[in-house]
Design a protein around this ligand. Structure first.
Ligand code: SF4
Length: 395
């Protein structure tokens, strides 16, 4: 269970004013001292993350943030980091210190959660210190809050029960293959083993599609592009060929219109939502001028090599196609640039390392700034002249 990727866990961010008891709550939930607890303001600096199996709900990742309303020296930086975590999460636990409830702060913080469409559970902490009168006053200002005491085990058990009830009604990430192929169908996954392929293992998008096929009773054949022709001759009734986007051109030549064809990256673009907007983003390529600025964003960090898809292949092919010099900037990992003012287009990877909500928030953030986003697989299909063919299976 600890091997479940964080993108497949429900990401739960714990927010609230500094010293409202967020870290104590996390320690009580996981029954370990993992978050730093201190009565001194602003003690928790960076987010503390803890993956766990929340029984009977499933795998989750708790993210304890530095907090809102931080008046310490590093306050602004901490608040910015907290908002970054909110953008990437699926659910929030908003912790209020019952002894220090300030309605205006509460309204302001709730509006941040609403801005990023984040469902939440409000807990009023330090119940053991609150009079009935104080509790009634808070209840009259907050609908549906839960009073807890991190010092009381029964209170934490009750909190976990309420949390699971809320999580159970969250929308699940859709299947990568459902709606494209059905139970009993046969698919071929093409995984080129070149110098970019990590030694001794498959990369996460390939593993997740294989797992999705198994979950849905879809038979998969995995081969390299060098053996694809042989596989296509031997096998009958293939419903879909899925290739690494980098091999689109070669694989398209081999498949030769016999079977529908798409890529791992395009399937991820569909699963993470907003595929239509990402397809629209392709149109911007045609409008790029000499020295236009393009942001290439991926959500994992890895070493680059001469065959790197984001840093080398896409920039080279794009400039060749347009016969223009384009300025590329690269962003990697879970943080996304705040200042997008200079960019004309964002080309994003499949985002297998982030949740659907996180990807939706990135696209929304760009679109609010009139900036279009597209996807690695879509760009490589377009540059290979097979965009229509590669998105046909999604229709
Ligand atoms: S580049 Fe993107 S899609 Fe590819 S493995 Fe990394 S996070 Fe996943």
């Amino acid at each position: 269970m600890q091997n479940t990727p964080n993108s497949n866990r429900v990401n739960i961010v714990i927010v609230g004013a500094v010293n409202s008891g967020k870290s104590s709550l996390l320690n009580s939930i996981v029954e370990q001292n993992i978050a730093i607890v201190s009565s001194e303001e602003g003690t928790t600096t960076d987010s503390v993350k803890k993956a766990m199996e929340l029984i009977p709900f499933g795998p989750v990742l708790f993210i304890d943030t530095a907090g809102f309303n931080d008046n310490s020296k590093l306050g602004n930086l901490r608040i910015e980091k907290t908002i970054n975590e909110i953008k990437k999460s699926d659910f929030a636990i908003y912790v209020i210190d019952g002894n220090n409830f300030i309605e205006s702060e509460y309204q302001e913080n709730i509006s941040i959660l609403k801005k990023y469409s984040l469902p939440y559970l409000i807990v009023v902490n330090k119940e053991e210190l609150l009079s009935e009168e104080k509790k009634n006053e808070i209840k009259s200002k907050i609908n549906n809050c839960l009073f807890i005491s991190t010092k009381n085990r029964d209170s934490i058990l009750n909190f976990k029960k309420s949390l699971i009830e809320k999580l159970n009604i969250l929308e699940e990430e859709p299947s990568l293959l459902k709606g494209i192929v059905e139970y009993g169908d046969k698919i071929v996954l093409v995984v080129p083993i070149d110098s970019e392929a990590p030694k001794g293992r498959l990369i996460l998008p390939q593993v997740q599609i294989l797992r999705d096929a198994l979950d849905n009773g879809i038979k998969s054949i995995v081969c390299r592009d060098t053996e694809l022709e042989e596989v296509l001759k031997e096998e009958k009734n293939i419903k879909l060929v899925i290739t690494d986007s980098q091999a689109f051109k070669n694989v398209d030549k081999i498949v030769d219109n016999r079977y529908p064809l798409t890529s791992f990256s395009i399937l991820f673009a569909r699963q993470k939502g907003e595929i239509d907007k990402l397809i629209e983003g392709i149109e911007v390529i045609k409008t790029l001028k000499e020295n236009s600025n393009v942001l290439i964003a991926e959500t994992c960090t890895h070493n680059t090599s001469h065959e790197d898809i984001g840093r080398v292949k896409i920039p080279t092919l794009l400039q060749k196609k347009l016969n223009k010099k384009i300025n590329f900037t690269f962003s990697a990992g879970k943080d996304f640039p705040e200042d997008l003012s200079k960019y004309d287009l964002v080309i994003h990877c499949g985002g297998c390392m982030i949740t659907r909500k996180n990807m939706e928030n990135r696209i929304k953030f760009c679109n609010e700034k009139n900036l279009k986003v597209t996807n690695y697989g879509l760009v490589l299909a377009y540059l290979s002249g097979i965009l229509e063919k590669a998105i046909e299976p999604l229709k």
